[in-house]
Write a protein that binds this ligand. Sequence first.
Ligand code: MG
Length: 391
Amino acid sequence: MEPTLVAIAGSTGSIGTQTLDVIRAENLRNPGSYEVVALGAGRSTDLLIEQAREFAPSVVVVTDGDARGVVVSSLSSTAVSGDLPDLVGPADVVVNGVVGFAGLTVTIDTLKAGKRLALANKESLIAAGPVVQPLRSIPGAELVPVDSEHCALHQCLRSSVNPEREVAQLLLTASGGPFRGRTAAELSEITVEAALAHPTWSMGPKITVDSSTLMNKGLEVIEAHELYGTPYDQIDVVVHPQSIIHSMVEFTDGSTIAQLSLPDMRLPIGYALGFPDRIASPFGRIDWSSLERLDFEPPDRATFRCLDLAYEAGRVGGTGPAWLSAANEVAVDAFLTGNLAWNEIPDVCVDVMAVHDGATPNTVDDVVEADAEARRTASRLLSKRRNNKND
Ligand code: MG
């Protein structure tokens, strides 16, 4: 069998290193099943050089100029480039684990080249949905999400030959974050340390805060809508503290199909690499003799207001999700640096969305400009809020 040729954008980040874990495990089981043909990173030269020595890709992309110089002098026999899209050419599958807007070009070029995109870059669908969507109909272009919930939905949807007609609703599960069950009053004194202690997943600070506010889940609702075209009225969120069921699809006949596994990002990564086949290596298996219960409850939408803010922004469409996501980033940053209370994060988002201009982005530049405009607005409204407080 021919190896699957893989390019990894963001190879030194969390998704990138876990992708290489999956490839190592798969090649150990079935030698030669995957070949890493391209690696891309920003500045982490030591790890990138180590990865390149182990996997011998034909091209390495380093976006930071100084870092590129270091890599060029260490990897004499490898082509080194500064442009992320150079990763796409040699690959069958491109894993996009780039954080932020820099990942947009990888998404666009992969789909334009008619290749499979294993997508972990959030901006591609949340902020740039209207720009990315039309590219999905290019022959050969295929978008497989690398996120536990959307991967679960992807798997569940395969049990229907006509999802457009047969899906009654998508049910995204949420762990509920560390503050599940607390009242709004209790949440006014949340510290940064408390917000960063996630019960089931270990992630970076920004996304951990987002999961404590349920903004992460709200943005995932927008992603699910973009990925599967399901109307917002037919996407619901259910809190499931054990993080064993990663999402479910209810069909028109009342059947609900769920995907269960231990919480480990290597499963969605392996699913996207192997699709339509399943990889051979499990990363943890459920121990049915010790799994005692699976609990469910509705989210507390009145206390965790970010969830409904995301539904609203999704329904507005156009640059609405880009604005909300940018406003939230500015607010979370202010919280992490001690300049905003945890329970004021949704207030900042509401303030920003109140002046959203309702535009529709047609190009990547439009998306980047919408993001910048929303950040400027958020910063302005944040300082206004602080000044009002000090008066
Ligand atoms: Mg997720």
